[in-house]
Design a protein around this ligand. Structure first.
Ligand code: HEC
Length: 422
């Protein structure tokens, strides 16, 4: 834990930056967000497939965003959301948008659960409700930053054309052989980083038991693989030709499965017809929920559950998506940001959420063999629910003080209210 404290101290030594607060009233004169509740398709509950019930909030964007090809959205619960692209950096809090900085943004990543790191071409900035300069930029010299990503253990990955940079425990290392990276994906609770190069090839980074970096080139039989994301269980999800593909961790080497909608629906063709081809995908790094934007629907997949809602007609060409730490899904076409907040609280089950929560937070000690008693089955968790609630309420678990991933004590309270369904 000492390590963590020392590195936190570094973070507070970011020097404060002089900000240009521009008046954004020009753009947002009186734009108040519209609230629509979207209670759709009640009839279609099949095994594993159910309607996604969401509250959609639309927030208008400055004109300039509609001319951008893509831009960034990043959120931390206590800080609100940052939106950044060629048009600069904006803060979205309480549904009002505020102009923060004019320089173009090439990446935004949540960091240490309470900051957002913003990459501009020439520098990294940190947002903690104010914008701060970081002292890391000097490392990059003449190199321009292309993108960045942050990992659960506070590691930051920064890509320039010439190298991939890793900031870990205050140490910045350049891997020059890992160049030309244009996209980085990490999952909060995962040790994996997936990188895409400019030529479309992918590689996966992981660390071995000695802490050495391992690089796995991904051979793939999926043509035109896009948007590869690592899920909490080690599965890699991808999208290829409008279809969902995946590589399971235990799966044989580099063979990719075509994922069939039939896994969720008893009538495979039907769901495919309803949702159409997949166009974008994102992973909620907190819960591991996979979000898809398809031709006709917004789909959320978590384990064996698939939920969907019709895609709003107004959403034509999509320029930014983000599934943020507060389990909100954001989509923007450049004119507005559509914020999808999942509203249903009815579906909660051991297999749906509780088991995943236990796996992400507790089973490193509460498995069959471990310092704590096994809490790795439906029966054991059910027996100890009250005790678990007590432990979580008093912040006693996890004792190694790692932050909780994918929920908190409310999850167990809700589950108990619903009589602990399996
Ligand atoms: C770093 C190891 C570790 C992690 C991670 C951990 N625990 Fe524990 N837990 C223990 C140990 C060791 C005990 C038994 C000794 C004690 O009570 O301190 C324990 C005790 C408990 C107990 C009391 C069980 C009893 O015998 O009455 C509960 C309930 C519990 N843990 C729940 C959790 C939950 C829920 C999580 C995840 C959010 C979690 N623990 C994460 C190590 C861990």
């Amino acid at each position: 834990m000492n390590d963590q404290r020392t590195s936190r101290m570094t973070a507070s030594s970011w020097s404060t930056r002089l900000l240009l607060w521009c008046s954004c009233s020009l753009f947002f004169a009186c734009s108040s967000p519209t609230d629509q509740s979207n209670n759709n398709n009640s009839n279609a509950i099949k095994e594993g497939v159910s309607p996604l019930s969401v509250a959609v909030v639309e927030i208008p964007l400055p004109d300039a965003f509609s001319k951008e090809k893509s831009f960034w959205l990043g959120s931390v619960k206590s800080l609100g959301t940052l939106i950044g692209g060629d048009s600069g950096l904006f803060h979205l809090g309480n549904n009002t948008l505020r102009d923060i900085d004019n320089d173009s943004v090439v990446g935004i990543a949540p960091w240490r659960g309470k900051f957002l790191v913003i990459a501009q071409k020439k520098q990294l900035l940190v947002w903690d409700s104010d914008l701060h300069e970081s002292k890391l930029d000097s490392s990059f010299g003449e190199q321009n930053i292309v993108t960045l990503s942050a990992q659960f253990d506070d590691t930051l990955w920064i890509a320039t054309k010439e190298a991939l940079w890793r900031l870990k425990d205050k140490e910045m290392v350049a891997y020059e052989s890992l160049n030309n990276v244009v996209e980085l994906h990490t999952f909060l609770g995962s040790a994996l980083v997936v990188a895409r190069r400019g030529d479309g090839s992918f590689f996966v980074l992981g660390t071995d038991t000695e802490g050495e970096l391992r690089v796995n080139e991904l051979q793939t039989n999926a043509p035109s693989l896009q948007s590869l994301v690592p899920a909490p269980d080690g599965t890699l999800w991808g999208m290829s030709g409008g279809k969902l593909v995946r590589r399971k961790p235990s799966g044989d080497g580099f063979v990719w499965d075509d994922v069939s909608w039939g896994e969720w629906s008893p009538e495979p063709g039907k769901l495919q017809e309803t949702v159409g081809a997949i166009q974008h995908m994102g992973l909620d790094v907190n819960s591991g929920r996979l979000w898809l934007v398809t031709e006709k629907a917004i789909v959320a997949i978590l384990g064996k559950q698939l939920q969907w809602t019709p895609r709003p007609e107004a959403l034509k060409e999509i320029k930014a998506i983000s599934a943020t730490l507060d389990t909100t899904f954001w989509i923007s076409d450049g004119t507005k940001v559509h914020r999808f907040v999942r509203t249903e609280s009815t579906e909660i089950s051991y297999e749906g959420q509780i088991a995943t929560f236990m796996k992400n937070n507790c089973l490193r000690c509460h498995a069959d063999v471990g310092p704590g008693r096994p809490l790795n089955t439906y029966e054991t968790v059910k027996t100890y629910t009250e005790s678990i609630i007590k432990q979580l309420e008093q912040n006693l678990m996890p004792p190694d003080q790692k932050p909780l991933v994918g929920g908190d004590v409310l999850l167990f309270k809700r589950w108990m209210e619903k009589k602990m369904p399996k």
